[in-house]
Design a protein around this ligand. Structure first.
Ligand SMILES: Nc1ncnc2c1ncn2[C@@H]1O[C@H](COP(=O)(O)OP(=O)(O)O)[C@@H](O)[C@H]1O
Ligand SMILES: CC(C)(COP(=O)(O)O)[C@@H](O)C(=O)NCCC(=O)O
Ligand SMILES: [K+]
Length: 244
């Protein structure tokens, strides 16, 4: 049984795995980290490993306190991954993106894969059928879009996610919802169409906090798997153990 932890820039997601089965999921804020992990380990004393992927401001030392209880692995660029990393700036590539690419490589072998993670940022990660990680794109996530419209203008209100009534927004709130939500959806559909022009067939994996909202609005039919990063963390960790 292992405890996997995904530290994103908005929230921390965690899951206890028994082999490849999720036993329980958790979502919490960074400030709750220590308390929450203690609670989880109390509930699941059989956890033998704590496996972490962090792009947020939480560093490895925040987890060292748990080394007395179980094996702690904090993923870094030095770890072995199941793909050939063709990124030009490998040391700055997000660990979350590497874990997503690791999971996509292991879960969907011998095919092109596009992973879209709609979280704080939307990240696009492409791994080709020869397991070459090519890179992709980084774009502002949904909440970032609402916040930036408010923070960088004199008069726009700070709104929270709401599906627009129409792409022609006939009020300030509706114009903002249309711009944010439709811009988000058109961007993703546009990227997918672009990839389709160059790569004949590929599988699309959609994940992240906004994946459920997105899945039903995209022209391209894709299924959201909000657990994909944690599943990938579990699998990539197993791969590392088998190949270290
Ligand atoms: N309870 C919530 N708190 C914060 N964001 C949420 C929540 N529920 C859904 N979201 C959406 O999920 C996004 C954050 O997704 P997530 O994948 O957790 O981000 P990250 O991995 O970057 O921390 C936000 O942009 C927001 O639109
Ligand atoms: C782009 C990200 C901030 C996404 O993080 P998230 O949306 O999961 O919070 C993260 O992948 C990151 O810090 N990347 C570093 C730059 C790069 O990947 O090239
Ligand atoms: K993301």
């Amino acid at each position: 049984m292992i405890l996997t932890v995904d530290v994103g820039n908005t929230r921390i997601k965690a899951a206890v795995f028994e082999e490849s089965t999720v036993v329980e999921n958790f979502v919490f804020e960074k400030i709750e980290l220590e308390k929450k992990i203690e609670k989880i380990l109390k509930k699941f004393p059989n956890c033998s490993d704590l496996v972490v992927a962090s792009v947020g401001s939480v560093e490895k030392q925040s987890f060292l306190a748990f080394e007395k209880q179980l094996k702690v692995h904090f993923f870094t660029h030095e770890d072995v991954f199941p793909f050939h990393n063709k990124y030009a700036t490998q040391k700055t590539l997000g660990i979350d993106r590497m874990i997503l690419a690791g999971g996509a490589t292991l879960q969907f072998p011998k095919q092109n894969r596009l992973v879209i993670d709609a979280g704080t940022c939307i990240t696009y990660d492409f791994i080709d059928e020869n397991d070459n990680y090519l890179g992709g794109a980084i774009s502002p996530g949904l909440r970032l879009r609402y916040e930036s419209l408010h923070n960088f203008t004199a008069r726009l209100p700070l709104l929270t996610l709401e599906a627009p009534d129409n792409y022609v927004g006939n009020s300030t709130p509706q114009a903002i919802h249309s711009g944010v939500v439709n811009g988000f959806v058109y961007e993703i559909d546009g990227f997918i169409d672009e990839y389709r022009k160059e790569f004949s067939n590929f599988i699309i994996i959609l994940t992240g906090g906004d994946a459920e909202f997105l899945a039903k609005r995209l022209k391209n039919t894709i299924f959201a798997n909000s657990n994909f990063l944690l599943e990938s963390l579990n699998q990539t960790y197993q791969y590392k153990i088998d190949n270290d």
